[in-house]
Design a protein around this ligand. Structure first.
Ligand code: PFF
Length: 456
C-alpha cells in the first residue's frame, strides 16, 4: 500500500508508550475513581470492562488501521480509504471531525491540566500542609474563582504541549513519552503500594469488584460507555494519527489489545491508589470531581511530611499523565496542517495551539467571570450549561461518540473487506470474523442507542 514519507515510531514498543500515554490521562486518574464511586462501584467497573472489550478494542483496531493503512493524518487518511474503496466523498467530513474534535477536548482538558500543575507546586512547596476543616474545599474554590491563575496555568500547559508537538515525532513526542511514561508508572505503583499497605485495601477490592447487579441501569451503562470512549482516546483522532506513524510489520490487533489492557490497568491501579486512603480516613468517595482535588489534599495534609511527598508525587503523576494526553490531542490537527509541507510543523503547532488556547481562555473563565453565560440556553438539552459545560458536552459526549459510531460504520461497511483483511493481518480467521461482526453490527447499534439516549 502506501509508501512511507514521514517519520515513524522507533518500534512497536515506542508506539505503545505513546498510545498508552494518550489513553492514560486525567480520564483514568482523576475521573475514573469518582465516576466509579458515584455509580455504585463494582457494577460500574464490570460494565466498564465489558464495554472496553466489546466496543473499545474493535474501535481502536479500526482507527489504528485507517491511520497505518494510509500513513496519513486523519482527513487525508479517511479520504484515501474512501477513495480506494469507492465509497462516498461525504466521508471526508468525518476526517475533519477527527481533527477538530481533539482541539475541542483540549480547550477544557488543558484547563484541568493547569489545575494539576498548580496543585503539584502548591503541595510541593508545602502550602497545603496543616489544612483545617473546610480549608481544602476553600482552596479549590479559590482556584476556580481566580481567572488569572487559571489562565496562567492553562497557558503553561498549552505552551508545554505546543513546544513538544512542534519538535516533531522523534525529538518531541517520542522523547517525552519515553521519559514520562516509565516515570508515571513507577509513581503510580509507589502510590498504590503505599495506599494499600497503610489504607483499607480489602475494602477497596470489595468496592471495585463486588458488583451489586441491582445498580445496573441504562444511565450507568451510558456513563460507563462515555468513560470508556474518553479513556481510550476514541473518536478524537489521536489513535488514528498515532497509527499513521506505525510501521507496517507491527500487528494492529496486538497493539489495540495492549493499549486497552494498559489503560484499564492504570484506571484500576488509580482506584487502588485512592480508595484505600479514602476509606481509611472515612471520607466520602462520592464527592464527584472534587475527590482528587478536595478530598485527597486533606488526607495528604494529615499524613505529615510523608503526605507532602506523596501528595506532590500524586499531582506530578496527574500532570505527566495529562501532558502525554494533550500532545496526542494536538497532534491530529498539526499533522493535518503540516501534511504535504503546507506549513512547517512548528508553524502548524503554533496555529493549532493558538486556536485551542484562545477558546481555552473562555473555558477558564466559565466558572468565574463568565459563569452566568449560558451560550446555548435556547436549546433544552443545553439549558443552564456554562461555556465549559457546553464545549465539554459537545466534544466528549456528542462528537467523540458520533465519530466512534461513524468510524465503525466506515470500517465495517464502507472500506473494502479485502483492505481490512490485509491491514489487520489476522487472515480470514475466527478473530477477524468477530471483529468484522462487532464493527458492522454490535458497535454501531450499541453506540447509536447510547447516542440516542444522551442527545435525543
Ligand atoms: N484518554 C485521555 C484520558 O483518559 O485522560 C483523554 C483523551 C486523550 C481523549 C486523547 C481523547 C483523545 F483523543
Amino acid at each position: 500500500m502506501q509508501k512511507v514519507k514521514h517519520e515513524q515510531w522507533a518500534s512497536g514498543f515506542t508506539f505503545l508508550l505513546a498510545a498508552v500515554g494518550s489513553a492514560v490521562g486525567l480520564g483514568n486518574i482523576w475521573r475514573f475513581p469518582y465516576v466509579v464511586a458515584e455509580n455504585g462501584g463494582g457494577a460500574f467497573v464490570l460494565i466498564y470492562l465489558a464495554i472496553v472489550i466489546v466496543f473499545g478494542i474493535p474501535l481502536l483496531m479500526s482507527e489504528l488501521m485507517i491511520g497505518r493503512g494510509t500513513q496519513k493524518p486523519p482527513v487525508a487518511a479517511i479520504q484515501q480509504m474512501a477513495h480506494q474503496s469507492k465509497a462516498s466523498k461525504l466521508w471526508n467530513m468525518l476526517g475533519w471531525s477527527y481533527v477538530i474534535v481533539p482541539l475541542g477536548v483540549l480547550t477544557f482538558y488543558s484547563v484541568v491540566a493547569g489545575w494539576t500543575l498548580d496543585y503539584a507546586i502548591a503541595i510541593g512547596i508545602g502550602s497545603l500542609n496543616n489544612l483545617q476543616e473546610g480549608d481544602s474545599a476553600k482552596i479549590f474554590q479559590e482556584l476556580q474563582d481566580s481567572p488569572l491563575k487559571l489562565i496562567f496555568w492553562m497557558t503553561l500547559s498549552a505552551v508545554i504541549t505546543i513546544g513538544i508537538v512542534a519538535r516533531g515525532l522523534k525529538s518531541g513526542l517520542e522523547k517525552t513519552v519515553t521519559i514520562l511514561m516509565p516515570a508515571l508508572f513507577v509513581i503510580l505503583v509507589l502510590l498504590m503500594l503505599y495506599a494499600s499497605i497503610t489504607g483499607e485495601f480489602i475494602k477497596s477490592v470489595a468496592f471495585m469488584f463486588d458488583p451489586d447487579f441491582s445498580k445496573i441501569t441504562p444511565e450507568l451503562v451510558l456513563m460507563a460507555a462515555g468513560q470508556a470512549f474518553f479513556s481510550l482516546s476514541l473518536g478524537a483522532g489521536s489513535m488514528m494519527v498515532y497509527g499513521s506513524y506505525l510501521n507496517r510489520d507491527i500487528s494492529i490487533p496486538k497493539m489495540a489489545v495492549g493499549v486497552a489492557f494498559s489503560d484499564t490497568l492504570v484506571a484500576l491501579l488509580s482506584g487502588f491508589a485512592i480508595f484505600p486512603i479514602v476509606f481509611a480516613y472515612g471520607v466520602e468517595p462520592t464527592s464527584g470531581p472534587g475527590l482528587v482535588f478536595v478530598t485527597l489534599p486533606i488526607v495528604f495534609s494529615d499524613m505529615g511530611w510523608i503526605g507532602q511527598l506523596f501528595g506532590f508525587l500524586f499531582f506530578l503523576l496527574l500532570a505527566f499523565a495529562a501532558i502525554t494526553s494533550t500532545i496526542s490531542l494536538l497532534e491530529p490537527m498539526v499533522a493535518q496542517l503540516s501534511e504535504g509541507e503546507k506549513f512547517s510543523r512548528a508553524r502548524a503547532a503554533i496555529y493549532a495551539g493558538a486556536a485551542f488556547w484562545f477558546v481555552g481562555i473562555f473555558v477558564a473563565l466559565s466558572n468565574n467571570v463568565l459563569k452566568d453565560v449560558h451560550p446555548l440556553d435556547f436549546l433544552p438539552l443545553f439549558e443552564g450549561m456554562n461555556i465549559e459545560a457546553v464545549i465539554n458536552f459537545l466534544a466528549a459526549n456528542v462528537f467523540m461518540v458520533l465519530n466512534g459510531l461513524l468510524v465503525s460504520i466506515f470500517a465495517g461497511w464502507a472500506i473494502k473487506r479485502s483492505i481490512t483483511l490485509e491491514e489487520l493481518g489476522m487472515g480470514d480467521s475466527m478473530l477477524f470474523k468477530i471483529w468484522f461482526m462487532l464493527v458492522r453490527y454490535v458497535v454501531p447499534i450499541g453506540v447509536a442507542f447510547i447516542f440516542y439516549d444522551v442527545v435525543l
